[in-house]
Design a protein around this ligand. Structure first.
Ligand code: DGT
Ligand code: CA
Ligand code: CA
Ligand code: ZN
Length: 589
C-alpha cells in the first residue's frame, strides 16, 4: 500500500488531468496539480490533519483541503467520481503519451472512439489517424515512440528489452582491446521482472578505451557522467546504462557488489564484520582493531590484507557461504538457507522439456501451426501443446469445427516430428462464475487445457476467488494461465485471495502457470514463493503468439528461480509419462 500522502497526490493529479481532458478551467487544473505535488512532498502524514491543518500545507487551498478531508473521512471524492464517470480511464492514460496531451486525447476519443493506449497504437498502425485534424504526417511515428516510452514508465524497462540491450552492450564492450571480462550485473542479473537501469561490469588494466567505446555507441543518446571508474549513459530508447571498470583481480568482489541486491549486500557485510572482515566492491579485507592500515570508507581500519576478490565463489567461500545464484539474492532467506546448506537446486531453462501454452494464426497468433511446431522442434522439446483460444473469447471466432480440424491437422504432423510429442490443447476462458467454454464431453477430447481469466477483471475479491477455485475443481482444467491477468506497467492484478486459490490448485492437482511473456510474468516471484508453500505445481509457458516468442521461457525461468523453484516443482520439466499422469487429475477421480 502506498503512503497515504502518495495516494492523495495521485488522486489530486488525476482530478487535475480530468479537468484538462474535459476542457475545464486550465487555471483550476494547475492549482490541483500544484497541490498534488505539495501533498506528495509534504513530510507530515496527512492522515492526522483536518481542513485547517491541510490548508497549512503550502500550495493547498481551501477547496483542495476539503476534497482531501472528504477522502480521509469517506474514502472517496465525489467531484472526482463525477469526472471519472465522464472519461474512460484509458483516455486519461492516453494523455500521458508524449505528443498526445489532454485536448488531443479527448478529440481522439470523441471523433474516433479511441479509448485506450492500445486502441491508439492500433489506430496509428492501421493508419486511421492520417487526415485527422492536428495529426501531421510524422505524428504517428512520434506517437508510437511515445507509447513505447510510456510503457517503460515508472522509469523501469521490461526484461526482454533490457536483456537485449545488455547482451548488445556486453558483446560490444567485450570486443574492445584490453577488456578481459565483461558481464551485466544489477537487477537484470537477478532477473527482476523490470529493471531500473542496466549495470555492466568489465575488467581492464586501462578503463579509457572501454568508456570511450560505450559513449561512442550509435544507440547512446546522452552521456550522463563519465569518469575513469564509472560512466553512465542513456540510450536512444531511454534506458540508463552504468558501466563500471575494475582491475581484473577485483572482478568477483565487484560482481557481488553490483549484482546486489542492496539488501543481500548488507547481509553479506554484516557477516563479514562479525568475522573481522570488511567487504566492499574492492574485495574482502581483514580489519584490525587499531591497525596501521589505510582508513576504509566507514572509518574502519584495514590492515591491507586482501582475503578474497577475484571470483564470486572465492568471496562467498571466505564468508563461509556457498555461491548463491543471483535470482536468490534478495535477502528473502537465502543467507540462512546457504548457512544451513539448504539452497534450492534451482530450475534451469535447459530443464524444460516442453511448452504447454502457445497460439497459432487460427486465433490471435501470427504464425501457422506448422511454423510454430517446427520452431518448437528446433528448441529440442520432447512435447509441445498448441492451445488456441476457445469460443467464449468472441473476437477470436473459434468454433467446434475449426478446433477439430486443427486437431486433425496436428495429428497428421505427428509423422514429421517423431521426437516431439504434439499435444492438442486449448486456452479456455474462465467465466465470471468459474465455468468454461465447452461441455465435459468436448473438453475430454483435448490433451491439455489451460484456463485463464480474460474478462470481468473488476469482479470483487470473493467472486474472483470463487471463479478461480471452481476452475481448479474442473477435472478438465490442467493449468491456470496468467492467474492475476496483470500487464506490467499497464494493468494491475485482479483482486483475488491467492492463498485460497493456491490451496485449491494444490488439492486438485491443477498447475499454476508462470506466464513467461515479459509483459506479464504472471505469477510474479513473491506469489510463486507463496504458492510453493501450498504445494502447488507450476507450468512455465511462453504463451507465444509468434515463433520468436517461443524463447520467452527464459524470462519465466528467471521468475521461477526468484520464487525458489526446483525442476521437481515444474510439470513441464517432467518426462512425458509423468506429465501424462498429472494431466489425468487423479486427485479429482
Ligand atoms: P534497479 O536498477 O533499480 O532495477 O536495481 P539494481 O539492484 O540494479 O540497483 P542499482 O542499479 O541502483 O545498483 C546496482 C547494484 O549495486 C545494487 O543491486 C547493489 C549495488 N548498490 C548500489 N548502491 C548501493 C548501496 O548504496 N549499498 C549497497 N550495499 N549496494 C549498493
Ligand atoms: Ca540496475
Ligand atoms: Ca545502476
Ligand atoms: Zn491468454
Amino acid at each position: 500500500m502506498p503512503r497515504l500522502n502518495d495516494q492523495v497526490r495521485e488522486l489530486l493529479q488525476e482530478y487535475a488531468d480530468l479537468i484538462n481532458i474535459t476542457g475545464g478551467d486550465a487555471f483550476r487544473a494547475r492549482a490541483y496539480e500544484k497541490a498534488a505535488r505539495a501533498v506528495g512532498g509534504h513530510s507530515e502524514d496527512v492522515a492526522g490533519l483536518d481542513v485547517k491543518g491541510l490548508q497549512q500545507i503550502p500550495g493547498v487551498g481551501k477547496s483542495t483541503a476539503e476534497k482531501v478531508a472528504e477522502y480521509l473521512a469517506t474514502g472517496r471524492i465525489a467531484a472526482l467520481e463525477a469526472l471519472r464517470a465522464e472519461v474512460p480511464s484509458g483516455v486519461r492514460e492516453m494523455t500521458a503519451v508524449p505528443g498526445v496531451g489532454p485536448k488531443r486525447a479527448l478529440a481522439l476519443h470523441r471523433d474516433l472512439g479511441i479509448s485506450s493506449v492500445d486502441d491508439l497504437a492500433e489506430a496509428v498502425r492501421s493508419d486511421r489517424l492520417s487526415g485527422v485534424a492536428g495529426f501531421g504526417e510524422r505524428s504517428g511515428e512520434k506517437i508510437l515512440h511515445g507509447i513505447e516510452l510510456l510503457r517503460r514508465s515508472g522509469g523501469r524497462t521490461l526484461l526482454d528489452a533490457a536483456t537485449e540491450l545488455a547482451e548488445q552492450l556486453v558483446a560490444a564492450l567485450s570486443a574492445v582491446p584490453g577488456c578481459t571480462r565483461c558481464a551485466y550485473a544489477g537487477s537484470l542479473r537477478r532477473m527482476r521482472e523490470t529493471v531500473g537501469d542496466v549495470d555492466v561490469l568489465a575488467t581492464a588494466a586501462d578503463s579509457a578505451p572501454l568508456m570511450a567505446a560505450l559513449t561512442g555507441l550509435p544507440y547512446v543518446a546522452e552521456v550522463i557522467a563519465s569518469g575513469p571508474t564509472k560512466t553512465s549513459v542513456r540510450t536512444t530508447g531511454g534506458v540508463q546504462v552504468d558501466l563500471r571498470v575494475v582491475p581484473e583481480e577485483d572482478w568477483g568482489a565487484a560482481l557481488v557488489y553490483f549484482t546486489g541486491s542492496k539488501a543481500h549486500n548488507i547481509r553479506l557485510r554484516t557477516i563479514a564484520v562479525r568475522a573481522g572482515l570488511k567487504l566492499s566492491e574492492y574485495g574482502l579485507f581483514r580489519t584490525t582493531a587499531e591497525g596501521e592500515g589505510r582508513e576504509g570508507e566507514d572509518g574502519e581500519k584495514e590492515d591491507g590484507a586482501k582475503v578474497a576478490s577475484a571470483t564470486e565463489d572465492e568471496v562467498y567461500a571466505a564468508l563461509g557461504l556457498p555461491w548463491i545464484a543471483p535470482p536468490l539474492r534478495e535477502d528473502r532467506g537465502e543467507i540462512e538457507a546457504a548457512l544451513r546448506g539448504e539452497l534450492p537446486d534451482l530450475v534451469q531453462e535447459s530443464d524444460l522439456r516442453g511448452d504447454l501454452h502457445t497460439h497459432t494464426d487460427l486465433t490471435d497468433g501470427l504464425a501457422t501451426l506448422e511454423e510454430m511446431i517446427d520452431t518448437a522442434a528446433a528448441r529440442g522439446y520432447s512435447y509441445y501443446a498448441v492451445t488456441d483460444h476457445a469460443p467464449d473469447l468472441v473476437m477470436q471466432r473459434m468454433t467446434d469445427e475449426k478446433m477439430l480440424a486443427q486437431r486433425e491437422r496436428l495429428r497428421r504432423l505427428a509423422d514429421r516430428h517423431r521426437k516431439l510429442r504434439l499435444l492438442h490443447g486449448t486456452e479456455l476462458n474462465i467465466g465470471p462464475d468459474g465455468g468454461v467454454d465447452w461441455p465435459p464431453g468436448f473438453l475430454a477430447g483435448f490433451d491439455v487445457c489451460v484456463a485463464s481469466v480474460h474478462s470481468h477483471f473488476t469482479a470483487d475479491r470473493a467472486a474472483q476467488t470463487r471463479r478461480l477455485i471452481r476452475a481448479c475443481e474442473n477435472p478438465h482444467v490442467h493449468v491456470i494461465g496468467h492467474l492475476t491477468t496483470r500487464r506490467i506497467g499497464r494493468r494491475g492484478p485482479i483482486d483475488v485471495d491467492l492463498d485460497a486459490v493456491f490451496a485449491a490448485a494444490a488439492r486438485t492437482g491443477t498447475a499454476i502457470e508462470i506466464n513467461s511473456s515479459p509483459q506479464r510474468l504472471d505469477l510474479r516471484d513473491e506469489d510463486v514463493l507463496r504458492a510453493k508453500r501450498h504445494g502447488v505445481r507450476f507450468a512455465i509457458d511462453s504463451d507465444a503468439h509468434a515463433t520468436g516468442q517461443l524463447a520467452y521461457p527464459r524470462f519465466g525461468i528467471g521468475t521461477a528461480q526468484r520464487g525458489w523453484l526446483t525442476a521437481e516443482d515444474v510439470i513441464n520439466t517432467w518426462p512425458w509419462q509423468r506429465l501424462k499422469r498429472f494431466l489425468r487429475k487423479d486427485a479429482l477421480r
